[in-house]
Design a protein around this ligand. Structure first.
Ligand code: ADP
Length: 321
């Protein structure tokens, strides 16, 4: 195993709250082990350009509770080409970098895996609000996004019940329903409509009819963005069942804000674990939190294995309805 003296860290893909805490943990763990740490600006774009900054103690001071990422993030088409990746490795070698920590989602992990296969030691940390990564129970940012959505929905509920209205709240999550399901349980919503469990508009109208018959003060549907846009669902409910629903799309506010204590602790644990892993020769793996214990699993699992929604949470929506 090559001697590991200098470790780089980058954030890539969509940002998520807690990424800064992970960057800080990587840098501080390097210092603890008398190693150097550099940050890479703008994800793989900065890697190709050799855009590195020194991450000493001061550089990562005061960032633990800040949302976003101080290293910025970007999508990089150049990195998807062999030439781009070769230039990135050459820039790292030139700068004396021996190992890399990639904080991001499954797209970023494809890139991390490619670096590993080129013989460059690389370890991944799952950072996305979508929680759609196999190999970890939670990704960094998920808990914060759930809480942000919950805060917004609590305000909507006041209006929804005052006017006896039907509300559709669209939350993020890409093609997965983790965020929608968690938010639905946390907000006491009547229905969660997620990509993993298709619910026809006809069936939804039937269910709504029942809840209408029970004279509820209001009805809340949490819709995952991966199913359809909330405006489309509103139109379909109008056409099929004559319902007049109000629509709220939470959008990017779900990605911002200060991370919750859960995300800060998770990010700090994962940052330290990933760095220590690199130092003992790990590569081609990502850190996961499984049953409260940190483990490494092959990066490829992140996109090749399906991660299922919790059947327990799904059944809770019905039970609590
Ligand atoms: P996320 O990491 O949040 O899923 P993206 O899917 O946008 O975000 O991926 C982030 C970046 O990872 C891309 O812009 C690209 O540079 C890199 N990447 C994605 N897929 C690949 C791939 N197959 N090979 C190499 N790099 C990739």
């Amino acid at each position: 195993m090559a001697n590991m003296n200098k470790i780089a860290v980058l954030t890539s893909g969509g940002d998520s709250p807690g990424m800064n805490a992970a960057i800080r943990a990587v840098a501080r763990t390097c210092m603890f082990n008398d190693k150097e740490c550099v940050g890479v600006m703008r994800g793989y774009e900065g890697l190709i350009d050799g855009d590195f900054v020194t991450l000493d103690r001061a550089a990562v001071g005061g960032i633990i509770h800040r949302g976003g990422t101080i290293l910025r993030t970007a999508r990089s088409d150049r990195f998807k080409t062999p030439e781009g990746r070769e230039q990135a490795v050459a820039k790292m070698r030139e700068a004396g970098i021996d190992g890399l920590v990639v904080i991001g989602g499954d797209g970023s992990f494809h890139g991390a895996k490619a670096l590993h296969e080129m013989g460059f030691p690389t370890v991944g940390i799952p950072g996305t609000i979508d929680n759609d990564i196999t190999g970890t129970d939670e990704t960094i940012g998920f808990d914060t996004a759930v809480n942000t959505a919950l805060q917004a929905i609590m305000k909507l509920r006041d209006t929804a019940s005052s006017h006896e209205r039907l509300f559709i709240v669209e939350v993020m999550g890409r093609n997965a329903g983790f965020l929608a399901l968690e938010v639905a349980v946390a907000s006491g919503a009547e229905y969660a409509v997620v990509p993993e469990l298709p619910l026809s508009i006809g069936n939804l109208c039937k269910l709504l009819r029942n809840s209408h018959d029970e004279h509820r003060s209001h009805t809340l549907i949490i819709l995952a963005e991966g199913v359809m846009p909330a405006s489309e669902m509103r139109d379909k409910l109008q056409d099929t069942g004559g319902y007049d629903a109000r629509v709220t799309v939470l959008g990017y506010i779900q990605r911002g804000g200060a991370p919750t204590s859960f995300d800060v602790v998770l990010a700090t644990r994962m940052g330290a674990f990933a760095t220590e892993g690199l130092l003992i020769g790990k590569s081609g793996v990502m850190v996961g939190n499984i049953n409260h214990k940190l483990v490494f699993s092959d990066l490829e699992r992140a996109w090749s294995e399906h991660k299922s929604l919790s059947p327990e949470l799904l059944s809770l929506i019905n039970k609590m309805n």
